[in-house]
Design a binder for this molecule. Structure first.
Ligand SMILES: [Fe+2]
Ligand SMILES: [Fe+2]
Length: 297
């Protein structure tokens, strides 16, 4: 066994143990039938896309809460889209490896967790009673292309982009007493299980980047920057604005240019961008693409 293989196996063994100890069943652990509480938000107001804009200032408290309900549903729906892609990428990673290794057993464990998450998010969207928000047709198809051509380091970078941005938001959501208990329960379960996924992806990406051939790192920089753009622009569907009686094009334009919103997106990805910078992922011509995602300061 080489040093890297041993290190990889030890890391996966620790993650398997953590997963056996701290796993959650959303079906039985959450109260899905409890009525929503009057006056509570469905997502922290500061994390809503219009917070701080002129439009937000003119919205009533009820309309703000209503927008938070739709934005929470948009993040859950888009979260399912991300997770379905991640599960495919992880399965493809496992395809070439020893199925009895701790590394593959952990990858399969993670897929099982993502299956539960996606069912949990779907049930949340149903309970929220909103439309199912989807990425644009163009981004849906771009996602198909990106996952088909993804390199292994690209797969782990894309995974981290989706996981760390949502994780940052969810860590602010589950302890917040202004938020509906169901949203708090869903985000708490997700944060607990995702911390393992983030560790797995970060460690594997660091190993991959030291061994990947040069053409692969160059391709990965560009494809991951494109993935970052798709992910950041898909989080909130403009249809959420129409659902609360706002002009979707106008409201989406306000969110896109809002200094507060831009700051939220950059903060959500700040730690990941530092990590990717260390790995050399943000170097070269792709850096401009990364900046245009709004995630890199
Ligand atoms: Fe997840
Ligand atoms: Fe995950």
């Amino acid at each position: 066994m080489t040093f890297t293989t041993r290190e990889r196996e030890q890391a996966a063994t620790r993650l398997l143990e953590a997963s056996a100890k701290h796993s959650h069943d959303p079906e039985t652990e959450l109260d899905w039938e409890a009525p929503f509480e009057e006056g509570k938000y469905f997502w922290p107001p500061e994390l809503c896309s219009l917070y701080g804009t002129q439009l937000w200032k003119h919205m009533s408290e009820e309309q703000r809460i209503e927008l938070s309900r739709h934005e929470s549903a948009s993040l859950a729906s888009i979260g399912i889209w991300f997770e379905i892609i991640l599960m495919q990428l992880l399965l493809r990673h496992a395809y070439d490896l020893d199925p009895t290794s701790a590394h593959v057993r952990y990858a399969l464990t993670e897929i099982a967790e993502e299956c539960r998450h996606s069912k949990m998010f779907a049930r949340l969207v149903t309970r929220l009673g909103t439309p199912v928000y989807r990425p644009t047709r163009a981004d849906h198809n771009l996602g198909r292309i990106l996952k088909a051509v993804s390199t292994t380091p690209g797969s782990f970078t894309g995974t981290l982009l989706a996981e760390e941005i949502l994780d940052w938001m969810q860590r602010l959501t589950f302890p917040d007493e202004r938020i509906q208990p169901l949203t708090r329960g869903v985000t708490r379960i997700h944060v607990v299980e995702e911390s393992r996924h983030i560790r797995f992806a970060r460690e594997e990406l660091a190993r991959q980047m030291t061994t990947a051939p040069r053409w692969q790192t160059a391709l990965t920089r560009a494809s991951s920057a494109e993935a970052a753009r798709v992910i950041s622009r898909s989080l909130i569907s403009p249809q959420v604005y129409a659902s609360v009686g706002l002009d979707p094009a106008y409201a989406a334009g306000l969110a896109r240019t809002s200094p507060h919103r831009r700051d939220v997106l950059r903060q959500s990805a700040a730690k990941l961008m530092d990590f990717l910078e260390e790995l050399g992922m943000l170097r070269g011509p792709a850096r401009r693409l990364w900046q245009s995602s709004g995630l890199l300061g």
